[in-house]
Design a protein around this ligand. Structure first.
Ligand SMILES: Nc1ncnc2c1ncn2[C@@H]1O[C@H](COP(=O)(O)OP(=O)(O)OP(=O)(O)O)[C@@H](O)[C@H]1O
Length: 541
């Protein structure tokens, strides 16, 4: 297929998307691109860079859709679209089902491939070029403290003496407290390797004479790829423990003896450098109750983050509002990142299965938010705990906090993950969207086999948030609309999000959805949504 034809299809697709409510900027884009295409030339150098990107992206999208047998979408009749694009969604398509399934699954794969290829923008915008030693940073005041570390604001300045630094502190340095891990880099890294799970590809440098990972450390720690809802550790290195502001007053016991007579800490420890976020989710929720839209978006982001971890074989096991950091996007919507991987399960060989042979085996951090299958497990020979849905359960419990309620699993009279009954769960307020209440109820199912995965739960929210009129009637007649909608979402996300220095939270989430779109998961999500809506309409009759 010629480039011209592909571009033509791309533009047609773009126009059909315009009819479905793309902003004026996309109209201007189409107008810019059209004459260019007609001239049949390469992108003009006068074309603004973001338009050039659009052109390329649309061409890529059109080519991929064509490859998936979806090229007729833009120009075809409604009937042929339905035949090509029947996504099924549990709608009882019979003779077309198998063929439709095959094509639909292929289409999902194509969309997924397209969106997972274009990586999310990573922080920092100006990548750190050095920063592998403590002296590269100016350390400011303490911004947080947990049971295992103190966290300080920091900057990686141009060569200015630290005491003359007057700039901002865009980074956060987490100094681990090292009590039993010895003072060699190798043992420190081995005993704190979970902290390295969110380390980016450049986080650790292999240098002669300095910290080596590929050499004596042996096994590389399991790391996860970048995701907008998971913290990225930009640098990780070991260094001698310094006397930082507040150390003597706040954590004297964990300092090395050379710094404090009471200290029992080791001389050297692990430092992690991250972006400095303005607050934790807990602080944010204490300051104000989020709107229902923000609450829903936050729930969605936690599920997207957890799904990403799950797919990479990691269970966080310590989810709580203190371990989620928050910033606002340029539109004022909260963006969340999951942080603090100190309790996570990240075993290359075993995935999310943990042999639970004795009470000595560590089941994770936050005992209040331990899923039933973890909390109620009894150790013994051959016993294995499956963590694949444990974090999703914890997100279900946190959802109460996102909507201004007390977490039902907290406090002396709170429910216990080990023993609660589903009917004991308090109802979320009626102003919480009904589909969200459904998701929370499903996430808190005791039986993990009946609980949706984080992916499916996120998909329910995506369908509910962005599905709009196309999904208002999830019946047979809507099958084509569903498919059209997925493709239009693809074009819409391509057109809308690009060109900004950083996408808005909603755009990021839509991109996450498309980067993970899978027929089976989508069907399951739609099934749950149908079930919930049918139940509600049954109740209201
Ligand atoms: N990147 C960051 N930006 C801003 N503040 C941060 C950052 N990382 C951590 N903090 C702050 O520091 C606190 C402690 O960090 P963290 O939870 O990672 O430490 P910890 O000792 O491992 O915690 P825990 O007690 O849960 O094991 C956080 O609750 C938060 O207030």
């Amino acid at each position: 297929m010629s480039v011209k034809r592909v571009l033509s299809r791309g533009l047609e697709l773009g126009r059909s998307v315009l009819q479905l409510g793309l902003p004026r900027s996309a109209g201007r884009l189409a107008a810019k691109l059209r004459p260019e295409y007609l001239r049949g030339g390469q992108p003009q150098s006068s074309l603004p860079p973001r338009y050039r990107y659009y052109r390329v992206s649309l061409r890529g999208l059109a080519a991929r859709l064509q490859a998936a047998g979806l090229g007729r979408l833009a120009g075809g009749s409604a009937r042929s679209r339905a035949a090509f694009l029947a996504f099924g969604v549990g709608l009882g398509l019979v003779e077309e089902q198998l063929e439709g399934d095959r094509r639909s699954a292929a289409a999902c794969r194509e969309i997924q491939a397209l969106f997972s290829k274009k990586k999310f923008q990573t922080f920092p915008e100006q990548p750190l070029v050095s920063g592998y030693k403590l002296e590269d940073y100016v350390i400011g005041k303490q911004i947080g403290k947990g049971c295992n570390a103190a966290v300080y604001e920091a900057a990686a300045p141009a060569p200015v003496p630290p005491d003359q630094w007057t700039g901002a502190f865009p980074l956060a340095v987490k100094m681990m407290w090292n009590i039993g891990a010895g003072s060699s880099s190798e043992t420190i890294l081995r005993s704190m390797s979970q902290e390295l799970v969110p380390a980016g590809p450049q986080a650790m440098r292999q240098e002669a004479g300095a910290l080596t990972l590929h050499g004596h450390f042996g096994r590389l720690p399991e790391t996860v790829s970048h995701h907008p809802n998971v913290i990225t550790v930009h640098r990780a290195f070991t260094a001698e423990v310094p006397l930082l502001p507040g150390a003597e007053e706040e954590y004297p016991d964990v300092l090395p003896a050379r710094l404090h007579p009471r200290g029992v800490g080791n001389n050297r420890t692990l430092f992690l450098v991250m972006k400095n976020y303005p607050r934790t989710l807990r602080h944010h929720l204490e300051a104000s109750a989020p709107s229902r839209r923000d609450g829903t978006l936050m729930l969605l982001q936690l599920l997207e983050g957890v799904d990403h971890l799950c797919k990479q074989g990691v269970a966080h096991r310590d989810l709580k509002s203190d371990n989620v950091l928050l910033e606002l996007d340029s539109g004022g919507r909260p963006r969340l990142v999951i942080t603090d991987f100190g309790c996570c399960l990240a075993e290359r060989d075993r995935g999310l299965q943990l042999p639970f042979s004795s009470w000595w085996v560590d089941r994770g951090g936050n005992s209040c938010l331990m899923a039933p299958e973890v909390a109620a497990a009894v150790p013994g020979p051959g016993v294995v705990i499956d963590y694949s849905k444990a974090d999703a359960w914890a997100v279900g419990a946190m959802a109460y906090e996102l909507f201004g309620q007390k977490n039902p699993f907290y406090g002396p009279c709170g429910l216990e993950g080990r023993s609660y009954q589903e009917k004991q769960l308090p109802a979320l307020p009626s102003n919480v969207p009904a589909d969200v209440r459904l998701v929370v109820r499903l996430l808190l199912r005791r039986n993990p086999n009946k609980r949706p995965s984080a992916r499916v739960a996120a998909n329910i929210l995506h369908l509910s948030l962005w599905g709009g009129r196309a999904l208002a009637r999830l019946d047979r007649a809507a099958a084509g609309k569903m498919a059209d909608w997925l493709l239009c979402e693809s074009a819409r996300v391509l057109l809308k999000g690009v060109g900004r220095s950083r996408a808005l939270v909603e755009e990021e989430q839509r991109r996450c959805f498309l980067a993970n779109v899978d027929l089976e998961d989508l069907r399951t999500a739609a099934g749950f949504l149908l079930y919930g809506r049918a139940q509600r309409s049954g109740l209201s009759q």
